[in-house]
Design a binder for this molecule. Structure first.
Ligand SMILES: [Zn+2]
Length: 143
């Protein structure tokens, strides 16, 4: 998803541990990571365009004869998209292999980044106690 032209992917999960999205069910979805892959591929799609590479639109799977299949979703499309293996009359198309070795083309992509605190380990006894209390509070909220 594009957010006011700055390139923004957002995956929102419900804040509810009882939600089906947290449960793996082979009858519903054998490819649950699809949503993460899809948003990541939008990033590579955008980077490819900014570096000037030709590549198909990520949403154009039907245009190239792919389907949103039961259980596996668009797995075949994503696989061929990533491996530049989409057949056309002239050549195979998809993401350029170079894109996996390149940073985002524009330095402005890094200007608003900030350090995520969620995985920060405590560095002293006060932070450690604070983390224990925070974890207890989170557990009580779940009860
Ligand atoms: Zn999309």
């Amino acid at each position: 998803m594009d957010y006011y032209g700055i390139g923004f992917s957002n995956i929102r999960l419900p804040n509810d541990s009882e939600s089906y999205v947290y449960k793996y069910n082979v009858l519903i979805n054998q490819f649950p990571e699809e949503v993460f892959l899809h948003e990541f591929l939008h990033t590579l799609e955008r980077n490819s365009a900014e570096y000037g590479y030709e590549r198909p639109e990520l949403h154009d799977y039907e245009k190239y004869g792919y389907e949103n299949e039961p259980i596996i979703g668009q797995k075949r499309w994503y696989t061929d998209y990533m491996n530049k293996n989409i057949k056309t009359n002239s050549e195979n198309i998809g993401l350029p292999s170079e894109i996996y070795t390149l940073k985002p083309a524009k330095t402005s992509n890094f200007e608003t980044s900030y350090k995520v605190e969620a995985f920060k380990e405590p560095e002293n006894i006060i932070e450690e106690i604070r983390q224990i209390i925070d974890n207890l509070i989170d557990k009580v909220k779940l009860l």
